[in-house]
Design a protein around this ligand. Structure first.
Ligand SMILES: Cc1cc2nc3c(=O)[nH]c(=O)nc-3n(C[C@H](O)[C@H](O)[C@H](O)COP(=O)(O)O)c2cc1C
Length: 252
């Protein structure tokens, strides 16, 4: 490995960059309007109501101690579909909004540096009760799904775009998290990027534990073809791009 490259990439893991940022000239400090806290959708977009959190009590769930003790990466899934209640629970656990104090400030079920929440959640739906196969996006503010597009061959495409990790095709759904970096750059400038990745780690850990609680399993995936995966979600790869995935399925 080249010493100069190592230094460059290790620098990314450090917080040295913060000392180089002039916080008096970040867009927030300059009075630029904050970006939307959720990606928009067209007025005629097809949206699906999810099961609200106050109806999760009927989920068979295990206690947190067992969920932590049992957590492991699972790559083999049963053919049992995920119910809409289970899917709603997993989306809520990973990105659910619990409070909106102003137009540009929400608190969610996961922490985020400066509460900037730069992530969007897409789903590749493969085996979920009542949902066609294809690509969807979670709307945390509405607790709804918006249909991006239906696609009968979504399973093969997502496995292929993850460098032929074909085990993913047997999942009930694949979570695909994209980042819209400007949400965090608006406040932190060049100190934004490391914390966006830290945020993603919290999200995926909640997915692991929430899956264990409902007899489902997940495996995080960070090896994927960047351009293919961005194309699959029809995102531009510049202002929004995929940063992390996780395949989910029932294990009963
Ligand atoms: C950031 C991250 C990226 C990962 N990427 C992949 C991946 O691309 N493919 C895969 O099969 N597993 C992936 N994994 C799962 C790890 O291989 C797994 O967590 C590790 O082997 C430890 O096993 P455990 O999670 O069961 O404790 C990833 C895990 C993490 C946290």
């Amino acid at each position: 490995m080249q010493e100069s490259s190592l230094e460059q990439y290790r620098y990314f893991l450090k917080d040295t960059v913060r000392k180089t940022v002039d916080f008096s000239i970040t867009d927030q400090s300059l009075g630029v309007s904050p970006p939307p806290i959720e990606k928009g959708y067209s007025a005629d977009a097809e949206r699906i109501d999810l099961i609200p959190p106050d109806e999760f009590q009927t989920l068979p769930s295990m206690d947190l101690l067992c969920a932590i003790a049992n957590r492991q990466s699972r790559r083999q899934f049963s053919k049992t579909p995920l119910t809409q209640q289970e899917l709603s629970f997993l989306l809520w656990a990973t990105q659910g909004v619990r409070e909106q104090s102003s137009a540009d400030h929400v608190r969610r079920n996961v922490p985020s540096a400066g509460a900037r929440h730069a992530l969007e959640t897409y789903l590749c739906v493969l085996n979920v009760e009542g949902l066609d196969r294809g690509f969807y996006r979670y709307l945390p503010l509405e607790h709804q799904l918006v249909i991006e597009y239906r696609d009968e061959s979504a399973a093969e495409k997502v496995g292929w775009a993850a460098f032929q990790q074909n085990w993913m095709s047997s999942a009930a759904t694949v979570f695909l998290w994209s980042a819209i970096p400007y949400r965090t750059e608006w406040r932190y400038g060049l100190a934004a990027h490391k914390v966006i990745l830290l945020d993603a780690g919290h999200v995926c850990q909640n997915l692991y534990l929430a899956c264990e609680a409902i007899s489902a399993g997940t495996c995080a995936v960070a090896a994927y073809d960047q351009e293919l995966m961005d194309d699959l979600l029809k995102i531009d790869g510049k202002d929004e791009f995929v940063i992390y995935l996780a395949a989910v399925g029932k294990v009963d």
